[in-house]
Design a protein around this ligand. Structure first.
Ligand code: GDP
Length: 440
C-alpha cells in the first residue's frame, strides 16, 4: 500500500538527515521534493501545493529550525497535516431506522458488489447486526449471482427478483421483505456503468429518493487516482453521499485518491477495501494512514487485529504448555493458523514502522507458511507432540513426505527449539510475556 509515495517522501526527508544543521533552505528543498512525490502519487497540483505551504508555515511557526530534533518535528507536522487532509478522525456510518438502509453506488468494476458483501459481513460479525443484502444491479446479470455466492459465503441472505428490471421496485420490496423477517440493516447494491452517464445518475437518484437511505456510500477504485476523484465529484453532485469507500488499496502504490478525495468533495473516506476476500475491509483512520504513508507503520491496527484473534482460553492453555516446556508442533501449527487469520503477511509486516520500505522488494505471499505447514503435516501426531523423538530417519521421512529438502526440515526444528527458549524467557518475565504483548 502506497509504497511509491512512502519511498519518495522518505528520500525527501533524507535531505534533512544528510545535513548536520537544518536551515530554511533545506526545509524548502525537502518540501519541494515532498510536493513532487505527492504529484507523482497523482495528488492534484493545488492540493499538493496547499499541503506543502501549510507544512512550511507551521514548521516555521513552531521554530523547527531551532528545535532539538528538527527532522522529527517536521515529520510530526507533516503527519498531522496529512491526517487533516484525509479528515483527521475516522468517520462512522449512520445506521438509523429499522431497518437502516445503506445504499451503495459507484462505477462498474469499482468493487461495489464485493464491498456490499464485505460490509454485511463486517456489520454482522463485528457490530452484531442482522443484515440483508439487496441485489438491485439489474443490468449485469452476473452481479446478482455474484452477490448470492458472496451472501452464501458470509451467511447473509440476499434478496433478488429474477427477471425484474426495475431497481427502485426491487429495493423497496427488499426493504419490506427485510422488515417482515426482522433484519435491522439492508444493504442495497446498485448498478454502475463504465463511466459517468446521465441515465445511471438519474436511476441512482430515483433509488435514493425512494429508499431514503440513512447512509449512502460511494465506492471507488483507489488505483484510478485522479479519475477516482473526478468520479466522486460527479456522484456527489447528484447524490450528496455520506461517505466514500476506497477499494483495491492493496494494489495502490501511489495513494493520490486517498489523499485528495476528502479535500475535493468534503466527504470522509469511511472504509477501505484491501483485497478480494470478505474480511479485507478496514475502517479508514486518517491518522493511521498518514503514519503508514510516512513510513511510521500502523502498530495500533496491528495490535487491534491481534486482539481480535486473541482467545483467552487458548492463551491460558498455551501459557501453561510453555511454562512446563510442553509447547509442541501442534501448538506451533495452530499459532500459524491464528496468524493467518489476521491477514496477509505482507500487509501485516507493512504495519511495522519502517517495514513498508523493506518489504517493497520482498515477495511474501499468502503461501508464506505453506512449506512450514507441509513439514509439520508430514509429521506423525506422536512426533508433533514429542519433537524430541525426531531422529535422522524420521526427519528424512518427513522431508520426503512434505516434498521439502532435509535441510529445511532441520532448519524448522532448530527454529522451533530456539522459539521455545525465547518463549520460556519471555514468560518468566511475567505478564509482559507473549500473551501480555497480545493484550496490548
Ligand atoms: P462492481 O462491478 O462495482 O460490483 O465490482 P465487483 O465487486 O464485481 O469488483 C470488481 C473486481 O474487483 C472483482 O474481481 C473483485 O474481486 C475485485 N475487488 C473488489 N474489491 C477489491 C479490493 O479491495 N482489492 C482487490 N485486490 N480486488 C478487489
Amino acid at each position: 500500500m502506497f509504497e511509491n509515495l512512502s519511498d519518495k517522501i522518505d528520500k525527501a526527508l533524507h535531505i534533512l538527515k544528510g545535513h548536520g544543521k537544518i536551515t530554511e533552505v533545506n526545509v524548502a528543498d525537502t518540501l519541494k521534493e515532498v510536493r513532487r512525490a505527492l504529484l507523482d502519487a497523482d495528488v492534484n497540483f493545488k492540493i499538493a501545493k496547499e499541503f506543502t505551504n501549510s507544512v512550511k508555515e507551521k514548521a516555521l511557526g513552531q521554530k523547527v529550525l531551532t528545535s532539538l530534533q528538527p527532522g522529527q518535528l517536521l515529520v510530526k507536522i507533516m503527519r498531522d497535516e496529512m491526517a487533516a487532509l484525509m479528515g483527521s478522525k475516522a468517520a462512522d456510518i449512520s445506521l438509523q431506522g429499522n431497518p437502516a438502509v445503506v445504499l451503495i453506488a459507484g462505477l462498474q468494476g469499482s468493487g461495489k458488489t464485493t464491498f456490499s458483501a464485505k460490509l454485511a459481513n463486517f456489520l454482522k460479525r463485528k457490530k452484531g447486526r442482522n443484515p440483508m443484502l439487496v441485489a438491485a444491479d439489474v443490468y449485469r446479470p452476473a452481479a446478482i449471482d455474484q452477490l448470492k455466492v458472496l451472501g452464501e459465503q458470509i451467511q447473509v441472505p440476499v434478496f433478488a427478483i429474477e427477471g425484474n428490471k426495475n431497481p427502485v421496485e426491487i429495493a423497496q420490496k427488499g426493504i419490506e421483505h427485510a422488515k417482515t423477517l426482522g433484519h435491522n440493516v439492508v444493504i442495497v447494491d446498485t448498478a454502475g456503468r463504465l463511466s459517468v452517464d446521465q441515465e445511471m445518475m438519474d436511476e441512482i437518484a430515483r433509488i435514493h429518493r425512494a429508499v431514503k437511505p440513512s447512509e449512502t456510500l460511494f465506492v471507488v477504485d483507489a488505483m484510478t487516482g485522479q479519475d477516482a476523484v473526478n468520479t466522486a465529484k460527479a456522484f456527489n453532485e447528484v447524490l450528496d453521499f455520506d461517505g466514500v469507500v476506497l477499494t483495491k488499496l492493496d494494489g495502490d502504490t501511489r495513494g493520490g485518491a486517498a489523499l485528495t478525495i476528502k479535500a475535493t468533495v468534503n466527504k470522509p473516506i469511511k472504509f477501505v477495501g484491501t483485497g478480494e476476500k470478505m474480511d479485507a475491509i478496514d475502517i479508514f483512520h486518517p491518522d493511521r494512514m498518514a503514519d503508514r504513508i510516512l513510513g511510521m507503520g500502523d502498530v495500533v491496527s496491528l495490535v487491534e487485529r491481534a486482539q481480535e484473534q486473541y482467545n483467552e482460553e487458548e492463551a491460558r492453555r498455551l501459557n501453561k504448555k510453555i511454562a512446563t516446556n510442553k509447547f509442541d508442533f501442534e501448538d506451533f501449527f495452530s499459532q500459524i493458523q491464528q496468524i493467518k487469520k489476521m491477514g496477509n503477511v505482507k500487509d501485516l509486516m507493512g504495519m511495522l514502522p519502517g517495514m513498508n520500505k523493506v518489504m517493497k522488494n520482498i515477495d511474501i505471499d499468502e503461501n508464506a507458511f505453506k512449506h512450514i505447514e507441509a513439514i509439520i503435516q508430514s509429521m506423525t501426531p506422536q512426533e508433533r507432540r514429542n519433537p524430541e523423538i525426531l531422529n535422522g530417519s524420521r526427519k528424512k521421512r518427513i522431508a520426503m513426505g512434505s516434498g521439502r529438502d532435509i535441510s529445511e526440515v532441520n532448519k524448522l526444528i532448530k527454529q522451533f527449539e530456539d522459539m521455545k527458549k525465547v518463549m520460556k524467557i519471555m514468560q518468566s518475565g511475567g505478564p509482559r510475556g507473549l500473551t501480555g504483548l497480545m493484550r496490548g
